[in-house]
Design a binder for this molecule. Structure first.
Ligand code: DGT
Ligand code: CA
Ligand code: CA
Ligand code: ZN
Length: 580
């Protein structure tokens, strides 16, 4: 049987919808495929098995034509209809859909009228002023497209943390299972939990380096071998991510792991510290005139330099070496410390799972409480709730708590829009009925820094705003942050006792890790918020924890490490009286 997953099915349908739109096909047909993709994605049951057995009758929204196609796809691994459609266009045309601001209709117009079929030809057409002349585009759109293309180029060689992490875990599992591998780990920016990753760096300890580099280049996941030597090998995965493997001896392993974990700045500082002690340090070991210390793991290596071992996330030469010297490294928060989560969505706004489904998933994860914060009405594109729908949701949540609150407590909240002038999308009376609120900016991103900062500060000053959502609105590798003064927001959050969220969505990871230590020292409390729109997205918490650690945060700095009663107490106090 071909290796077909739910994602294969839905992404092929989604791609068909795009292709049909490119061709200018009938909108009903297009919609049927797009809806089909959504249904497949959220279907409660083993949709792949049912497609394989041609047992799709009676599923609402999957008509006969789709049933047949899903069956073909599930049994053969490909779909002729899709392949034929695809063959009409060059592969590069699909890159155009990733350009910010370009939907299928625009791509279709560019293709049909200007013959644009790649980001390169799009850039050329913009530079020639041809795009501005197309009806429905104009000078401004042309400029926006050029900016989006420039951003793409800038980010072209980087990957989101979760893309890198998923690939790395798959490869690491295989390395661990290899009989000739004594120890292995990924190093580099992923081990340091950077918000984006350039390439993956694996270190293995082995007595058979040549055998391992060959095995690595022949792994099924490898799309291409870039270089292969006796101790080094680089491959590329089909998503473009490069993976470097270095095979070293067991004695060299701690040195290689430390060196390739980086960061470069951290390494430079560590090396000069070693030199001052008469030791020269490189990726293979210590050398010096006198006796060289015995090193079995990274902790030994740091200990030889008179240092506690800094967690990888801290190794950016931003004070961790001094703290390690003084025995003052923080005890960083861990995933196991989390007791609940705030800021999650349901089908009431733009989530893909119902309140009950999200609650069941939270229970499965062993969480004790769950905060629901669906969008408010100004976010109409996300189907934001108006007053009456929100009141109804509050009632549903209270009913859940009466029935099942001793298993999982649900907090009724809202992700309330901060409007352009800093006022909120709901009035105070309604906000007061909620257990908590997350206030976020979702529109009017182009204000200047001063105006944007004032806008957000006005929201934080509202006593019903419990936390601030995704501070900068950035979408990593896609959209830059809007202009906002972090220092002023942090000061205001401390003063008004407003929590700042650490949004764990891998596209956001916002507020940025570089600000958390300062915020913590000023007395700002953090909430690690997955912003989950479906149950699987609770997994984002893992990346939030990585970023929190990178920001020097400890368990006590984070609201959702507290037990249920403490959180209830916290929300129950008037905002001005809340303390860390
Ligand atoms: P990336 O891949 O761009 O996300 O970032 P890294 O940190 O993974 O960088 P990468 O893959 O180029 O190198 C891995 C580590 O190797 C890096 O964090 C530190 C170490 N390293 C690489 N080049 C140098 C260097 O020229 N000097 C020093 N001291 N260390 C280096
Ligand atoms: Ca790297
Ligand atoms: Ca590398
Ligand atoms: Zn939001």
């Amino acid at each position: 049987m071909p290796d077909v997953t739910r994602e294969t099915l839905s992404s092929v349908l989604e791609e068909i919808a795009l292709l049909l739109e490119l061709k200018g096909e009938n909108p009903f047909k297009i919609r049927a495929y797009r809806q089909g993709a959504e249904i497949v994605e959220s279907f409660d049951g083993d949709i792949v098995a049912r497609a394989r057995e041609d047992d799709l009758k009676g599923i609402k929204g999957i008509g006969e034509a789709l049933q047949q196609k899903l069956h073909e796809l599930a049994t053969t691994g490909t779909l002729e209809f899709h392949q034929k459609l695809r063959a009409e266009y060059p592969d590069t045309i699909f890159d155009l859909f990733d350009v910010e601001g370009l939907g299928p209709k625009k791509v279709a117009a560019l293709h049909r009228k200007l013959g644009v079929d790649s980001t390169a030809s799009l850039k050329q057409a913009c530079e020639d002023g041809k795009v501005a002349e197309l009806s429905g585009f104009g000078k401004k759109t042309e400029q926006k497209i050029l900016e989006a293309l420039a951003r793409r180029e800038r980010f072209a060689d980087r990957f989101l943390l979760h893309t890198a992490s998923n690939a790395a875990e798959t490869i690491l599992d295989q390395l661990r299972a290899h009989p000739k591998v004594l120890r292995c780990q990924y190093a580099g920016s992923l081990r340091r939990s950077k918000e984006t990753v350039g390439d993956l760096d694996f270190i293995v300890a082995t007595d058979a380096p040549g055998e391992l580099t060959r095995w690595f280049s022949e792994m099924e996941i490898a799309d291409e071998t870039i270089v292969r030597g006796d101790t080094k090998c680089s491959i590329r995965l089909d998503n473009g991510l490069q993976c470097d493997l270095r095979a070293v001896s067991n004695d060299e392993y701690p040195f290689a792991l430390q060196y390739f974990t980086g960061s470069k700045e951290h390494n430079v500082a560590i090396r000069s510290r070693a030199l001052k002690q008469g030791l020269s340090l490189n990726e293979y070991g210590f050398s010096g005139d006198g006796e060289v210390p015995d090193v079995h793991d990274e902790a030994d290596l740091y200990k030889a330099l008179g240092l506690d071992c800094p967690p990888p996330e801290l190794r950016e030469n931003r004070g961790e070496i001094e703290a390690a010297d003084d025995g003052e490294l923080p005890r960083l928060v861990e995933l196991e410390n989390l007791r609940g989560t705030f800021h999650n969505h349901t089908t009431a706004s733009d989530g893909r799972a119902t309140l009950g489904e999200m609650a069941d998933a939270a229970l499965d994860l062993g969480l004790r409480y769950l905060g629901i914060a669906d969008h408010s009405k100004a976010s109409f594109q996300a189907n934001g709730l108006d007053e009456s729908r929100l009141r109804k949701q509050i009632e549903d949540i209270r009913a859940w708590n009466r029935e099942r609150g001793d298993e999982l407590w649900i907090f009724a909240g809202s992700e309330v829009d901060i409007l352009k002038d800093g006022s909120l999308d709901f009035d105070d009376d309604l906000l007061a009925e909620l257990d908590y609120s997350v206030a976020s900016v979702h529109a009017s991103f182009t204000l200047d820094e001063k105006t944007m900062t004032r806008r957000i500060i006005r929201a934080l000053e509202n006593e019903h705003v419990t936390m601030l959502g995704h501070l900068t609105g950035r979408l990593l590798l896609r959209r830059d942050e809007y202009a906002v003064n972090h220092e002023k927001i942090i000061d205001c959050a401390a003063e008004t006792r407003t929590i700042i969220e650490l949004n764990c969505n891998p596209r956001r990871l916002d507020m940025d890790w570089r600000w958390w230590r300062k915020a913590r020292d000023k007395g700002v409390l953090c909430a690690i918020n997955p912003d989950a729109h479906r149950p699987e997205q609770f997994q984002f918490l893992k990346f939030g924890i990585g970023i929190a650690r990178k920001g020097w945060l400890r368990k006590e700095d984070i609201l959702n490490t507290r037990d249920l009663e403490s959180v209830k107490d916290y929300f129950g106090q008037p905002k001005a009286e809340r303390r860390l």
